[in-house]
Design a protein around this ligand. Structure first.
Ligand SMILES: Nc1ccn([C@@H]2O[C@H](COP(=O)(O)OP(=O)(O)OP(=O)(O)O)[C@@H](O)[C@H]2O)c(=O)n1
Ligand SMILES: C/C(=C\CO)CCC[C@H](C)CCC[C@H](C)CCCC(C)C
Length: 371
């Protein structure tokens, strides 16, 4: 574990954080205040470091002649920089996202845009000791691809053995596939190529749906567990939209923004549970749509909100972003309500829920959770 010693005797610039010099490496002379840090949303400050594996930060803010010690900032995430080859060499710059907060209003400790940075020269680890980003992503994507194939085959089996009815099987695949896929996102590397490698999973399943949906190949089990009517062409609608939304959320938003996660939580969790609860308890129909019910919509709002809030905690725990829980809860509730209202409209015949629900979440998510 690295030990840390704060830079001593540095006349702190107004509201400039002091990055500690730490580790087994040799501390180089501290760099001059560097304005290259990028002010991220939600109190994240991103800064490229040379050769660092970890930094610890203490942010002090001067108010008059006194300093206010903010809560010790901590490194949320070291995002390994990658050279063109996608490999991280020890000489490659790293990006650390660091959170700051303070005993008083965060702003007073966060207005600074300058960082004192201290680079540490570290002995280059022999390549054999470090799994390169590409190796890590290749292993993870292979595991998830196999997992996806087995997961869908499992429901084929349950359906064929009549352990689970065809309608319920389809909905369980709908609910669980995307959420399980999202749970795997943190295991990919922090290379810029990682989301595109992870996106191979929905892409491969989309190709599978195209091949079986167009009849190029036949697979009765897959069709039964993925369609309502048993018509292979149905794979080219709801299921195909579903994997396209998974792919879009992965490559456009990935884990750095909650927007993609919210769309998947609403499409997979919310819309999926609406069907199950609506069919079971949906005796009271909506006044403007006899095909949908209050039970289904209430279930969609509740489960969609809980799923998105839960995944927000999950990704925050991994350090990908830091959300203020009360503010995030309100924004997530607004998005969940909007997506639920859109899903309840009598438009499913023309516009598939697997398009309208995530589209609503994408638009509102980008407005309420700007990058
Ligand atoms: N708000 C909702 C949503 C669904 N349902 C119930 O669930 C059934 C299927 O809902 P729907 O969203 O139409 O699912 P599908 O479109 O069939 O399935 P998918 O979204 O996977 O295409 C509806 O007929 C209804 O009985 C409901 O009662 N209330
Ligand atoms: C029936 C479905 C939607 C209609 O509303 C769901 C279709 C599911 C896809 C065919 C399979 C998707 C697999 C995921 C991309 C990856 C899941 C990985 C995880 C580890 C199970």
């Amino acid at each position: 574990m690295l030990t840390s010693t704060l830079l001593q005797g540095k006349a702190l610039d107004m509201r400039s954080p002091v990055l500690s010099c730490q580790g087994h490496g040799r501390c180089l002379s501290s760099a001059s205040p560097d304005t290259s840090g990028r002010l991220c949303s939600n109190n994240l400050f991103e800064r490229q470091f040379l050769g660092l594996d970890s930094v610890s930060v203490r942010w002090r803010s001067r108010q008059g002649k006194d300093f206010i010690d903010c809560k010790v900032g901590r490194v949320k995430r070291i995002l390994a920089g990658a050279s063109s080859s996608g490999e991280r060499g020890t000489s490659e710059p790293l990006t650390a996202q660091i959170t700051f907060s303070s005993g008083n209003s965060a702003n007073s400790c966060f207005e600074g845009k300058k960082l004192w940075t201290t680079a540490i020269e570290e002995p280059a680890l022999p390549q054999s000791h470090t799994l390169t980003s590409l190796q890590q992503d290749s292993v993870v994507v292979f595991i998830v691809l196999v997992g996806a194939y087995i997961w869908v085959r499992l429901f084929d089996f349950f359906t064929s053995k009549r352990i689970v009815g065809q309608k319920l099987s389809r909905k369980l695949v709908h609910i669980t596939s995307g959420l399980l896929y999202m749970l795997c996102w943190p295991f990919f590397s922090s290379s810029p190529a990682a989301p595109f490698i992870a996106g191979l999973v929905p892409l491969a399943n989309g190709i599978r749906l195209l091949v079986y949906g167009t009849g190029i190949l036949k697979d009765e089990g897959l069709v039964q567990s993925m369609s309502r009517s048993g018509d292979p062409k149905e794979l080219l609608r709801g299921p195909l939209y579903y994997v396209l939304v998974l792919y879009t959320s992965t490559v456009v938003f990935w884990r750095q923004s909650p927007v993609g996660m919210i769309a998947l939580a609403m499409m997979c969790g919310g819309d999926g549970i609406a069907d199950i609860m609506g069919r079971k308890f949906g005796s009271k129909k909506l006044p403007y749509n006899p095909d949908k019910s209050w039970a289904g919509s209430v279930a969609m709002f509740s489960f969609g909100f809980l799923a998105s809030f839960g995944f927000a905690q999950y990704f925050s725990a991994w350090g990908f972003y830091q959300l203020d829980n009360s503010s995030a809860a309100i924004r997530l509730a607004v998005i969940s309500l909007a997506a639920t209202v859109v899903e309840s409209l009598p438009i499913s015949a023309k516009l598939d829920d697997n398009f309208t629900v995530p589209a609503t979440a994408f638009v509102l998510g980008m407005l309420l959770f700007p990058r």
